[in-house]
Design a binder for this molecule. Structure first.
Ligand code: ZN
Length: 165
């Protein structure tokens, strides 16, 4: 069984009370090869913009395929270290079934659906299912996770249902 790791302290309460039902994961590799230079860069988007004056990165290994499939049962685990007093590192939070995967494009304030049956997602709704207190907290955290959202970036948004197994 695959593990779905979490380490953001902001969403821990929603994991513990099982109200968290979505998770957005990067759809790219942090280190990817530039098409023009043929060298690996830690942040290909920034490099591409600065050196090649292109908004979007061009690379063969920038895109990361989705890790989880719809219908799959996964083990949700806590991998954070900052709250050892509350819960041990590597603790299993529970099990969940992946019920949906959407490809989304996210910038500092919008969430657009690239695939699926809806065009965009209300940030307040996503903040709730992601387990944040409000959309401001969510965008701040996602921007940090994405290493900047000046240009939209692609994420896989997994919806899951907690299961008893
Ligand atoms: Zn380059």
């Amino acid at each position: 069984m695959k593990q779905l790791p979490f380490d953001w302290i902001e969403v821990l309460p929603s994991l513990l009370n099982k109200t968290k039902t979505t998770t957005a994961r990067k759809a790219w590799n942090d280190k990817a090869t530039c098409f023009w230079c043929n060298k690996k860069f830690k942040d290909l988007v920034k490099h591409t913009k600065r050196v090649h004056e292109e908004v979007l990165p061009r690379s063969y290994d920038y895109e990361k395929p989705p890790k989880y499939e719809v219908g799959e049962i996964v083990e949700l685990v806590w991998t954070g270290t900052s709250i050892r007093a509350i819960i041990d590192k590597g603790k299993i939070l529970g099990k969940a079934k992946i019920i949906k995967r959407e490809d989304i494009a996210l910038d500092k304030m919008n969430i657009l659906c690239v695939s699926g049956d809806r065009f965009k997602i209300n940030p307040d709704d996503l903040a709730y299912t992601e387990g944040f207190r409000n959309q401001g907290e969510m965008f701040k955290k996602l921007e940090e996770y994405a290493n900047g959202l000046e240009t939209p970036k692609k994420f896989y948004l997994y919806s899951f249902k907690w299961v008893k197994i």
